[in-house]
Design a binder for this molecule. Sequence first.
Ligand code: HEC
Length: 153
Amino acid sequence: MTKRRILACIALTLMATGARTQEPPAPAEDTAAAQDTGTLLQRFSDDPDRFTQTDGEALYRTTCQACHMEDGRGDAGAGAHPPLADNPKVASKHFVAGVVMTGYHGMPRFGHQMSDDQVAEVTNYVRSSFGNDHSDPITPDEVADLRAPEDND
Ligand code: HEC
């Protein structure tokens, strides 16, 4: 059996099982759509709700760069994204890690999608790139201490 056939069988089995255990049944269209999306995402990642990258630069490229730009200089166009280069606030490791976890005004939060190690990695990357040269990295334990319980929801 090819890999594709195996995946199709798993998907069909999941859909059939899900449909039987729905109690009370949701409207048919919604149920089918939700199961299709969940099954589809699972095919591409074991954990679609969380980031899989582990090093700071890779996390920056996939998570932050779209808004803060490749060179960390930010952007003003459709929205305003502040620079992370030449930004005195970046001197505080607690501020940067806190913003990453809880979000900040118009910036989304990532605390529920990243481990303590990932938050530390991306924070340390930002604080030592784009001309930033802060020599007091944050540790995963310090990130854990900063976490508010709701960051993990
Ligand atoms: C969807 C766009 C978006 C993404 C993705 C994003 N940010 Fe932001 N970020 C913003 C916006 C908008 C602000 C400004 C919020 C405000 O003050 O109104 C901001 C603010 C910040 C600040 C505070 C800067 C200051 O001068 O106040 C830091 C630090 C920061 N972001 C770091 C990051 C890091 C690190 C990542 C990746 C883990 C990231 N951001 C991902 C949009 C984004």
